[in-house]
Design a protein around this ligand. Structure first.
Ligand code: ATP
Length: 218
C-alpha cells in the first residue's frame, strides 16, 4: 500500500513557484493498478519518485507499506564501479532475494556476454538500461512503479523477454504507471487519475480519466 496524506510538492524556478502536487490525499491498494495521466513537464517523474521514496514532499505524509520497486529505468540502483554480476549479487542481498538467482536471471536477461563481468562504467547507455531493468524484474515487488511505459530500447529480443517477464510479474503485483499517453495505460489501469495543476482527479475507469484529460488539453 502507498498512502499520500495532504502531500504537497513544488519547485522554485527562480521566477515562480511551480506546483507539482497540492495537498494530495489518496491510496494505492494492492491488487488495484493505477494509471496516472499527466502532460509532459507537469510532474510525472516527481510523483513516481515520491512514491519510490526518492523525493521528499514539502509537506504531508507518505506511507509505504509494501515491497515497492524503484522506478523502472532508474539508474541509481547500478554502481558503475561494479560489474553487472556484482551489481546483481548486491541487489539480491539488499532486497533479500537469493543473490545466485538474481545473478543468473540478470545474466540470462541482459545477454551481455563477457561484459557482464566488466565494470558497468564500460557499458553503453543501452547496456546499462538493460541491466537496470533486469535487476527490477529479478526482484520481488508488490508494487511496480513505471514512468512512461517500458523504456525504449534498440534490442528487440531484450524488449520481448523483458515484456514477457513483466506481464508475468503483474499477474501477482500492482502497477502504478504515469504517462502522457492514455494508450500506454490501457492494458493495465484498473483505476485512473489525471494530474492537473497540482491536483489529482481520480476516476473508476481510464475512459473517464481520458475524457477529462482530453477536455483539459483542448
Ligand atoms: N529539482 C528541481 N528544481 C526545479 N524544478 C524542477 C526540479 N525537478 C523538476 N523540476 C520541474 O518540475 C516540473 C516537473 O518535472 P518532472 O520531471 O516531475 O515532470 P515530468 O512530467 O516527468 O516531465 P517530462 O514529461 O518532461 O519527463 C518541470 O517543469 C521541471 O522542470
Amino acid at each position: 500500500m502507498i498512502e499520500f496524506r495532504n502531500v504537497s510538492k513544488s519547485y522554485w524556478t527562480g521566477v515562480r513557484r511551480k506546483v507539482i502536487l497540492d495537498r494530495a490525499t489518496f491510496r494505492v491498494d494492492l491488487g488495484q493498478s493505477l494509471g496516472i495521466l499527466a502532460p509532459n513537464g507537469t510532474g510525472k517523474t516527481t510523483l513516481i519518485n515520491m512514491m519510490a521514496g526518492l523525493t521528499r514532499p514539502d509537506e504531508g505524509i507518505i506511507r509505504r507499506e509494501s515491497r515497492i520497486s524503484f522506478p523502472m529505468g532508474f539508474m541509481g540502483v547500478v554502481d558503475a564501479k561494479l560489474s553487472g554480476a556484482e551489481n546483481a549479487r548486491f541487489a539480491g542481498h539488499f532486497y533479500g532475494v537469493d543473490p545466485d538467482y538474481v545473478e543468473a536471471f540478470c545474466r540470462w536477461m541482459c545477454d551481455l556476454e563477457e561484459y557482464f563481468e566488466q565494470p558497468v562504467s564500460t557499458y553503453s547507455s543501452g547496456m546499462k538500461g538493460r541491466l537496470s531493468l533486469a535487476l527490477l524484474l529479478s526482484l520481488d515487488f508488490d508494487i511496480y512503479l513505471v514512468d512512461e511505459g517500458m523504456p525504449t530500447m534498440a534490442d528487440a529480443e531484450f524488449v520481448r523477454k523483458a515484456g514477457e517477464v513483466f506481464r508475468e510479474r503483474l499477474k501477482h503485483a500492482t502497477l502504478v504507471m504515469v504517462s502522457h499517453m492514455p494508450r500506454q495505460l490501457e492494458a493495465y489501469a484498473e483505476r485512473a487519475a489525471v494530474l492537473q495543476d497540482g491536483r489529482l482527479h481520480f476516476f473508476d475507469t481510464l475512459e473517464d480519466a481520458k475524457q477529462m484529460y482530453d477536455y483539459t488539453r483542448r
